[in-house]
Design a protein around this ligand. Structure first.
Ligand code: SAH
Length: 396
């Protein structure tokens, strides 16, 4: 292996790394020894030349994403150790090795000490997503370790990084199988079945991060008229059906999402007429719908703010959306409302929803405060890893 380039930090810039924050920002760098290219492994040293970390080099304000704070080789054994640790945690969470649930996130980037890497498990298939060139370069090694760690339970590995890698890196990246080739795309979440379209779907094909929140929704569904807004693959709808909802309406602006939601409801509840799906814009649907038509509403929109500079508009968007729901929800209704924008923090989201409630003049109480599930762990030294937040509200 060729010599790693060395990144020398400015004085004092090692402090956050000593506290295990896993990024080196470009402004923290004093000088670089060697010819470094995006995706290379680099050695990070303090201003006095002491070892501090090894990571992947990337172009941008985050210059290094740290793989380890120990002076160790990034080899097959390293990937094996990290993936084993990730699987062990999912076993401890009772998500892996059960027939009742074959859908979980095995690797959640920084939360599993593997910045830039996401691996979701869908039954016999793992979907691997690289968010950094460094992880892209390592994909074959990662796939090999994944096969070793998962053993017989894994039949194929699909690589899906076409849209998550920096396009300027010009890697000629295509989505495809790294290993195996399976048409079996049905995964089980809490005993419910879902078709997973990793090829065309958003993210890795399914929103694994709403599992716990869907379960909670199920417990509220009995006898209610449910509106699942931004339904995508219909996750919340299927749980509402099992929970005994009186009717379930799923809405998404994408016709493909509506087809998927319908297929998933049919997979679990064939011939059940309680469900209907509408390919419509959410704001339009909320304006047009009759007041009091629903007493359980889910609002799970796409990230309104992808960057900090879009924050103000995003907060306005959350307020506008939630205000519509508060105006129309039946008395005694329950609202599940979410934000998955990493740039919007818990307090800002709550303030946006507070503003919406105040505009509607309804009496609103918070019943639950929701977040991402345990298979999307947040490294305490990397609070940026927290992104999903939600509120369950009672509206008088
Ligand atoms: N609740 C889903 C995930 C939602 S993802 C789950 O549990 O899996 C966000 C969804 O919002 C996407 O499917 C996207 O097609 C849809 N969407 C985006 N803008 C929309 C709009 N203006 N009206 C309705 N749906 C929209």
């Amino acid at each position: 292996m060729r010599q790693l380039s060395t990144i020398h930090l400015k004085r004092g810039k090692e402090d956050s790394l000593r506290r295990f924050h896993p990024w080196v920002f470009s402004g923290a760098i004093q000088r670089i020894d060697g010819n470094v290219e995006e995706g290379d492994l680099v050695l990070v040293v303090t201003s006095t030349g002491d070892f501090i970390a090894i990571g992947h080099w990337q172009i941008g304000s985050i210059a290094v994403r740290v793989l380890t704070f120990s002076d160790e080789a990034i080899d097959a054994a390293f990937w094996h150790r990290r993936l084993s640790a990730a699987l062990e945690l999912r076993r401890a969470l009772h998500l892996a090795d059960t027939t009742d649930n074959t859908t979980y996130r095995l690797v959640h980037g920084e939360g599993d000490n593997l910045p830039g890497l996401v691996i979701d498990i869908y039954g016999p298939t793992a979907v691997v997503q690289a968010h950094s060139v460094g992880m892209h370069v390592c994909r074959e090694e990662i796939a090999k370790a994944l096969r070793d760690v998962m053993g017989e339970s894994l039949h194929s590995i699909f690589y899906k990084s076409e849209t998550t890698l920096p396009f300027k890196a010009e890697l000629g990246q295509e989505n495809g199988f790294l290993w195996g080739d399976t048409a079996d795309n049905i995964a089980v979440e809490n005993g419910l079945k879902f078709h997973i379209d990793w090829l065309h779907g958003q993210k890795t094909g399914f929103f694994v991060d709403q599992r716990d929140n869907r379960s909670l929704l199920e417990s509220f569904a009995k006898g209610r008229a449910v509106l699942n807004m931004f339904c995508y693959t219909g996750g919340f709808s299927v749980y509402a059906m099992r929970g005994g909802a009186r009717l379930v309406h799923s809405v998404d602006s994408s016709a493909k999402a509506i087809d998927m939601a319908t297929a998933n409801v049919n997979l679990n509840f064939p011939g059940d007429t309680r469900h209907e799906a509408f390919a419509q814009d959410a704001f339009r649907f909320l304006s047009d719908m009759k007041t009091g038509a629903y007493d359980l509403i889910i609002l799970d929109p796409p990230a309104f703010a992808k960057h900090k500079d879009a924050l103000r508009n995003a907060l306005k968007g959350y307020t506008r959306l939630n205000a519509r729901a508060f105006e129309k929800i039946a008395p005694g209704g329950i609202l599940f409302t979410f934000s998955c924008s990493q740039a919007v923090n818990k307090d800002q989201f709550r303030l946006a929803v507070f503003t919406a409630a105040a505009q509607s003049g309804r009496r609103v109480r918070i019943l639950h405060q929701l977040h991402q599930p345990a298979d999307h762990p947040i490294n305490i030294y990397h609070p940026e890893g927290e992104y999903l937040k939600g509120l369950v509200l009672h509206v008088e």
